[in-house]
Write a protein that binds this ligand. Structure first.
Ligand SMILES: [Zn+2]
Length: 280
């Protein structure tokens, strides 16, 4: 019988002096709808909210109808926001990026605007004013365009390059579920330890966990369900939607990362979120 990968997670939660806020961001809605709905069923069964990052160019009317039906049943359990435009890589060398340095500000603005209009046309006020860039990467021109377009928040990984984000909030993720799973010899123990490490840090609030339904199998969903049940039942966990962090009372702590970048010391780790993971 292998060690229970959730044992250290449970111990870290037990030891916390105050509850932690946790959110789940699933990327690439528009790809593989059947796996997406398996994931949504898993969250629904555990009564844990989930945010979906939707690719405008990959989103279909059929998908929108199905998501709106779920949203109308339980709006407090589902968040929907924009994930890139087409999810294409525009860089000719280096790390993959749809909104990178080699993409002009004008083109970035056009892509962001067109994608926003497409999703707004389908989702109206259901669409949250949050933007997740593909591969968690974007440039200063992206942040500037997002501000002009009225977005409220940007979600990248926890220690992405520092940008002048103006009025944009940052809602970063700290854990890349699939990235850790594909890179580790003992993936579940590694994932449990990564979550534990974040929980044990002094300023982990809120803890963002990134998922990619299109590359998650039934084993992933079984493990995820166990984690969701633990989070659902533990008194020191409050599961949130990302839009809840847009309320004035919530200020996402990115100061620690800013200090780390300014002084060139080792930044806070973003587990599984290293250079060129094959997934998005
Ligand atoms: Zn993606």
């Amino acid at each position: 019988m292998p060690a229970d990968w959730l044992t250290p997670v449970r111990a870290a939660l037990d030891a916390k002096e105050r509850p932690i806020e946790i959110f789940f961001r699933d990327d690439d809605a528009g790809w593989d709808d059947s796996r997406l709905f398996e994931l949504l069923d898993c969250f629904q069964a555990c009564e844990v909210p989930i945010d979906l990052a939707m690719i405008p160019q990959a989103t279909t009317e059929k998908l929108v109808e199905a998501l709106l039906a779920r949203w109308q049943t339980k709006p407090a359990m589902l968040g929907l926001h924009q994930h890139g435009f087409s999810h294409d890589n525009h860089e000719v060398q280096g790390r993959k990026c749809e909104f990178g340095e080699s993409r002009s500000g004008d083109r970035q603005y056009q892509d962001l605007h067109t994608g926003k209009l497409q999703l707004e046309q389908w989702l109206g006020p259901v669409l949250d004013g949050i933007f997740t860039p593909p591969w968690n990467r974007c440039s200063q021109a992206t942040a500037d365009s997002l501000v002009k377009l009225g977005f409220q928040a940007l979600s990248r990984n926890r220690c992405a390059a520092l940008l002048n984000t103006g009025t944009l909030r940052e809602i970063p993720v700290a854990i890349d579920w699939c990235g850790i799973r594909v890179k580790s010899a003992q993936p579940w123990l590694a994932l449990g330890q990564a979550i534990t490490d974040v929980l044990q840090q002094e300023h982990p609030d809120p803890l963002g966990i990134m998922l990619h339904h299109a590359v998650m199998d039934s084993d992933d969903l079984d493990r995820l369900q166990a984690l969701l049940r633990l989070f659902r039942e533990h008194p020191n966990v409050h599961c949130r939607l990302m839009r809840e962090f847009l309320r004035p009372a919530h200020v996402v702590d990115t100061a620690a990362c800013a200090v780390a970048f300014d002084s060139q010391v080792v930044p806070l780790p973003a587990y599984g979120l290293t250079s060129d993971q094959p997934i998005h």
